[in-house]
Design a protein around this ligand. Structure first.
Ligand SMILES: *Cc1c(COP(=O)(O)O)cnc(C)c1O
Length: 379
């Protein structure tokens, strides 16, 4: 089956009891047992709930995994993943991760996990971190990254990690499974903030872990149940509803983003446009190999720095000034004062997040209207 068919039909049979075409929302925390210890597969809703189970079945199929685990937020999913590494483990992670993931790895350090942040866009750097120091248990990657849209060569990075007997987890939030499927490239675990493209309407927080093997899945399931950060049945339903339109949305996001990147790239008041679809982008060739399209996120540096960027952000009408991404509506974010404000200025500068940088989550409005809005805000 092709993508758009799978998104609507896979794992979503009509309800056998009533014929309902939508997965029912099962608001029950406990389930009757026919005899002590004998259930129909559901016992208590933290451990398992039929609506959440439907979402997990669908996510597993979209990412080609043995199974999936749904969580109440992306960070709840990532917490459970990191929690599964005991004191004494070593995690090598990208140095341009979602800031909340970096914070969680700092917490892991306080629990005795050794963590090294490296530039994963260079395979030589990953290789060096595997040959120097203690053996590595987990390589944790994000591609494309936030907000600089850096690209890591997944096949290359996975080969290095597997040679070193480490597992690989990839945060696939920015691409979505429509554009990139890391498990098919050999990764062991895929991470999602389903709050973003999978939910798609800026109305539900959620997260997921998808595992390639049964054994990794079952180990992570133990941590899902133990840490308890599961989504409600209604939130699970909203995520399923989002998935049904994921294909058409993501393709439109990517088409609009490509047009906006080209517009910004040629604009005299933009110093630098970051979009993996631009041939000049350092990760373009890799992105072309491992992604079907280049996604809906575009970052750009405004000439004139901080004040100029803030002025553009304030003047935009269709792009709402706000954090988050992946919803149908366009958003603009000024990382230096918003999502990345926690980072000390020197660290932001060293990472390449300049004060003039704006990050656009390009929505699915008409692209000409979005370009007109950017034109007036930049004038
Ligand atoms: C938003 C985001 C997260 C965290 O997810 P929440 O749902 O906000 O907890 C993790 N990774 C990436 C890439 C994100 O964009």
């Amino acid at each position: 089956m092709e993508w758009d068919t799978r998104l609507i039909h896979e794992g979503q049979d009509t309800d056998p009891l009533t014929g309902a075409v939508n997965v029912p929302v099962y608001l029950s925390t406990t389930f009757r047992q026919s005899s002590p210890g004998v259930s129909k597969g559901f016992v208590y809703s933290r451990t398992g709930n039929p609506t959440r189970a439907a979402l997990e079945r669908i996510l597993a199929k979209l990412e080609s995994g043995a199974g999936a685990l749904a969580f109440g937020s992306g960070l709840a999913a990532i917490s459970a993943l990191f929690m599964s590494y005991p004191a004494g483990s070593r995690i090598v992670a990208g140095d341009d991760l979602y800031h909340g993931s970096t914070r969680l790895l700092d917490v892991a350090r306080t629990h005795g996990v050794k963590v090294d942040f490296v530039d994963t866009t260079r395979l030589a750097t990953i290789r060096r971190s595997f040959t120097e120091g203690a053996s590595v248990n987990l390589l944790y990657l994000e591609t494309p990254t936030n907000p600089l849209l850096k690209i890591t060569d997944l096949r290359g990075a996975i080969a290095i990690a597997h040679r070193g007997r480490a597992r690989v987890a990839v945060d696939n939030t920015f691409a979505s499974p429509v554009l990139q499927r890391p498990l098919e490239l050999g990764a062991d675990v895929v991470v999602h903030s389903t709050t973003k493209y999978i939910g798609g309407h800026s109305d539900v927080l959620g997260g997921a872990l998808v595992a390639r093997s049964r054994s990794v899945l079952e180990r992570l399931r133990w941590f899902q149940n133990t840490s308890g950060g599961v989504p409600s049945p209604f939130d699970s339903y909203l995520m399923i509803r989002g998935i049904r339109t994921l294909g058409v949305r993501v393709r439109q996001h990517a088409e609009n983003a490509a047009r906006i990147a080209r517009f910004l790239n040629g604009h005299p008041r933009i110093a630098r446009t970051l979009y993996p679809g631009l041939p000049r982008h350092p990760g373009h060739a890799t992105a072309r190999r491992q992604m079907d399209l280049y996604g809906g996120m575009v970052s750009a540096e405004v000439v004139g720095g901080r004040n100029a960027a803030m002025r553009v952000a304030r003047r935009l009408q269709l792009f709402t000034l706000g954090e988050s991404l992946g919803g149908v509506e366009s958003l603009v974010n000024h990382p230096a004062t918003m999502t990345h404000r926690d980072l000390p200025a020197a660290e932001r500068k060293q990472k390449g997040i300049s004060d003039g940088l704006l990050r656009f989550s390009v929505g699915i409005e008409d692209a000409e209207d979005l370009i007109d809005d950017l034109r007036q805000a930049l004038s």
